[in-house]
Design a protein around this ligand. Structure first.
Ligand SMILES: *[C@@H]1O[C@H](CO)[C@@H](O)[C@H](O)[C@H]1NC(C)=O
Ligand SMILES: *[C@@H]1O[C@H](CO)[C@@H](O)[C@H](O)[C@H]1NC(C)=O
Ligand SMILES: *[C@@H]1O[C@H](CO)[C@@H](O)[C@H](O)[C@H]1NC(C)=O
Ligand SMILES: *[C@@H]1O[C@H](CO)[C@@H](O)[C@H](O)[C@H]1NC(C)=O
Ligand SMILES: *[C@@H]1O[C@H](CO)[C@@H](O)[C@H](O)[C@H]1NC(C)=O
Ligand SMILES: *[C@@H]1O[C@H](CO)[C@@H](O)[C@H](O)[C@H]1NC(C)=O
Ligand SMILES: *[C@@H]1O[C@H](CO)[C@@H](O)[C@H](O)[C@H]1NC(C)=O
Length: 487
């Protein structure tokens, strides 16, 4: 990886004659790039492992040279070069790994056993960003690219690739070029979080190197629409999702949610929150208002309030404010509530008149208006509000269903309906009539009952009388017979 960009640049033929003066040996000078903070691996190719020779890695900047490490099959001796304590031999001694690179490590690295085998010019880049890679939404990203090498530094062409691997245009301030370049990128968004690439290119010496860096942009996730419309009596949830878990934000911060009610400068603090360095969100309800709740939630990265039954006077600006090391960020959501009412309220009497009022609690955006519309009935009617008016009235003389719409850019954002009922004038006559009718019926029935009852009783009496007469007659007859027999 570290060697990817390494390209043989200038082929310097160094003719070195062994002390014995017998064999001339050639050492090529290679070019390699390194990035500050990372590591670089330098190869001492062609070590003869069969002979027990001693090899030495040396570091040279300008004319000053020092030993990094000396090694043979049997022993390793550390030298006094500045990077010695960050250097180690790997891959059976064939490679030297230098970790924690800094700009000062630029220079010429040679490996000699004992004659020079390899000479590498290490070109070091250092990329730093403002804010240690931690940004708030809308902050600017400032990158500083520095380079150092043992030769004069080339002018670089620099390209930035964003998280989607797309080239982004940046402002480059080459004030101290070629040693130092400053790149500026305006107004970061939460979606810019991730790994970016800074591509560094030069023709001569040939440099083609990608340096990756991480960007974390703390933000409110995907932005909801800034204005929320709703109708009276509905439940409303206002929420702000923070991306601190997703981007693994490392710093703690605090924040609060405040409400500025419509047409009233009073500011109410609804809740306080803080996020710890372990990315735990703690919320504390601040006000003693009972009209809102803080819903329980599992994920723990959303600031949320719920108004179970919204009223006209809950409208206004809800602001989620966030503070971190005296840097601030905020996200505002406006709540606009619609209400319809009638004056006078209640059913419409025949020939009567009433006024229907449709109103919203806050100023409407431009290109938005209110519209009263009669949905059914004999003829269609409608009435539009004037521009910037937050209410519209319509005079109604006939019953029917009316709808009020808030229309923005020809889209119906919200609607509320109102049914104008007819007063039940004729109905009461029917009821009275029915009551009277029922009364008459009851009386009639009673009369019939009485009459039938009376005639039945009369019939029974007559029957009894006939029966008695019959009996009398019978009794008299038998008496007479008796009398006749005893005579
Ligand atoms: C480049 O490296 C040399 C050698 O370590 C050092 O003396 C010099 O200060 C470095 N230059 C920069 C600009 O860091
Ligand atoms: C990356 O850059 C491209 C081009 O500048 C841009 O359209 C895109 O939105 C960027 N991607 C992200 C995730 O910001
Ligand atoms: C550098 O990164 C860009 C974007 O990912 C890629 O197109 C290019 O091939 C890379 N170059 C090198 C040398 O890795
Ligand atoms: C964060 O909030 C919790 C609960 O309200 C509180 O106990 C804690 O002290 C707060 N921490 C900081 C750093 O403000
Ligand atoms: C809104 O108005 C109602 C009365 O219409 C009142 O009871 C309620 O307390 C008010 N709410 C707020 C938050 O002012
Ligand atoms: C008109 O509205 C009334 C109630 O207001 C409803 O009973 C009736 O069905 C509606 N008529 C039509 C055609 O929608
Ligand atoms: C009128 O509004 C009520 C409540 O919002 C709704 O349930 C009903 O369906 C609406 N009626 C019509 C005809 O739009």
């Amino acid at each position: 990886m570290e060697r990817c960009g390494a390209v043989v640049s200038s082929v310097l033929v160094v003719i070195s004659v062994l002390q014995l003066g017998l064999t001339p040996i050639m050492a090529q000078q290679e070019q390699q790039t390194g990035v500050a903070g990372k590591e670089v691996i330098l190869s001492c190719k062609g070590i003869n492992h069969h002979k027990d020779v001693t090899c030495t890695w040396k570091y040279k900047y300008k004319e000053v040279s020092s030993t990094i490490i000396s090694f043979s099959r049997t022993r390793i001796l550390k030298g006094k070069a500045p990077m010695t304590h960050r250097s180690e031999l790997i891959s059976n001694s064939e490679q030297l790994k230098v970790s924690g690179l800094s700009l000062d490590d630029a220079g010429i690295y040679t490996c000699a056993c004992p004659s020079p085998i390899v000479s590498i010019s290490l070109h070091v880049f250092k990329l730093t960003d403002s804010s240690n890679g931690h940004f708030l939404t809308n902050e600017d990203l400032e990158l500083t690219l520095m380079q150092n090498s043992s030769y004069s530094q080339p002018h670089l062409s620099i390209t930035l690739f964003n998280v989607s691997n797309k080239i982004v245009t940046t402002e480059i301030l080459p004030k101290e070029a070629p040693q130092k370049y400053i790149l500026r990128l305006k107004q970061l968004k939460a979606t810019d979080s991730g790994t970016w690439i800074c591509h560094v290119y030069s023709d001569s010496p040939s440099i083609n190197r990608n340096i990756s860096f991480d960007v974390k942009v703390l933000g409110f996730g995907e932005e909801h629409s800034e204005i929320m419309y709703t109708t009276v009596g509905n439940p409303v949830i206002l929420s702000w999702h923070l991306n601190f878990r997703k981007i693994e934000w490392k710093e703690g911060f605090t924040g609060k949610l405040i409400w500025e009610s419509q047409g009233n400068t009073a500011v109410h603090e609804l809740l306080d929150f803080n996020v710890t360095t372990r990315r735990e969100l703690h919320k504390t309800k601040k006000s003693n208002h009972i009209w809102f709740e803080i819903p329980e939630q599992k994920t723990g990265s959303t600031i949320e309030v719920k108004i179970p039954k919204v009223q006209l006077n809950h409208s206004g600006q809800y602001q989620c404010l966030l503070e971190i090391n005296s840097r601030r960020m905020q996200s505002v959501r406006a709540l606009v509530v619609m209400q319809v009412s009638a004056n006078p309220a209640g059913p419409l009497s025949r020939g009567g008149k009433m006024t229907l009022l449709c109103q919203v609690s806050g100023p409407l955006p431009s290109k938005a208006h209110l519209l009263w519309e009669r949905v059914n009935g004999t003829q269609t009617e409608n009435k539009k509000s004037k521009e910037h008016e937050t209410k519209v009235e319509v005079s109604v003389t006939a019953p029917g269903l009316w709808n009020c719409h808030l229309i923005e850019d020809n889209n119906r954002k919200i609607s509320l309906n109102y049914t104008v009922e007819e007063a039940h004038v004729w109905n009461s006559y029917v009821v009275i009539g029915a009551i009277i009718g029922a009364g008459v019926l009851v009386i009639g029935l009673a009369c019939v009952c009485i009459i039938t009852g009376m005639s039945w009783q009369r019939r029974r009496k007559r029957a009894r009388r006939i029966a008695q007469a019959k009996q009398h007659l019978l009794e008299n007859k038998t008496c007479q017979c008796h009398r006749r027999m005893y005579k």
